[in-house]
Design a protein around this ligand. Structure first.
Ligand SMILES: [Zn+2]
Length: 243
């Protein structure tokens, strides 16, 4: 039996148990999925010139689907790309049990190299690739945020995805083995009153990783691993993330 199927079955069992156990888990968990950046300010550009916002939107859509398949309710944040501010994101997510902001990573300008792409010069990197998960110590639900970050990182690693160690240059490790780092001043995290994390799916400036991140099947597998990790955190103990 595939691991994801086993976990899905476990989720169904734990949900059924939780339903009879009490009111805390009697309703499906509400997960807010946030698309990082906007159409007007789309973030970094990939090695081949595609905007980060487009990568974020594609993966967020797949994650929303994977979560709904597992019985979660999904609050879509900024799927149209027109949200007015960073603070509006957690505001729109009010009432959620968990918040995840979807991003894709770049690299500082000093590490960029240049190549000819489609007849013009474009920038890329060869030194950084892999996923990263950020949590903020200013978030009032730090323990639950960390617990979810760890289960998500572990699920991704079981799914064959590798974290980057690059963030160790600027950030203190929270659980480096599973790709989890502290980033205290991220607005969407410290303005959240519920467990929250920011996910960097990979490095779009890395030419090989960019192609992997564009692959629809791989996006679906990554979304599946994220949803499994969220389910591990929110459901498998039969408790809410905040308990
Ligand atoms: Zn971003």
């Amino acid at each position: 039996m595939r691991l994801s199927l086993i976990i899905f079955v476990c989720f169904l069992v734990s949900t059924a148990t939780a339903r009879s156990a009490g009111p805390i888990a009697s309703t499906p968990p509400w997960v807010a999925v946030d698309v990082g950046h906007t159409l007007a300010e789309p973030g970094a550009f990939s090695a081949r010139g595609r905007s980060e916002f487009e990568f974020n939107r594609d993966l967020a859509a797949r994650l929303a689907l994977a979560l709904r398949t597992r019985g979660a309710k999904v609050q879509e944040i900024n799927f149209a790309g027109a949200i007015g501010s960073l603070a509006a994101r957690p505001e729109q997510a009010r009432g959620s049990d968990f918040f995840i902001s979807i991003h894709h990573d770049s690299i500082s300008p000093e590490y960029l190299e240049f190549w000819d792409w489609d007849g013009s010069e474009a920038s890329h990197t060869t030194v950084k690739r892999g996923f990263g998960i950020f949590v903020s110590r200013r978030n009032p639900e730090l323990a639950a945020s960390l617990r979810c970050a760890t289960t998500i990182g572990a699920a991704l690693r079981r799914g064959g995805f590798e974290p980057t160690s690059w963030h160790g240059r600027k950030h203190q490790p929270a659980d480096a083995e599973n790709g989890v780092w502290y980033y205290d001043n991220l607005v969407v995290l410290h303005k959240s009153t519920f467990p929250a994390l920011l996910f960097e799916a990979g490095v779009i400036k890395h030419r090989e990783e960019e192609l992997e991140l564009l692959d629809g099947d791989r996006q679906a597998r990554m979304a599946d691993a994220l949803a499994i990790g969220i389910a591990d955190c929110l459901f498998l103990t039969g408790k809410s993330a905040r308990e």
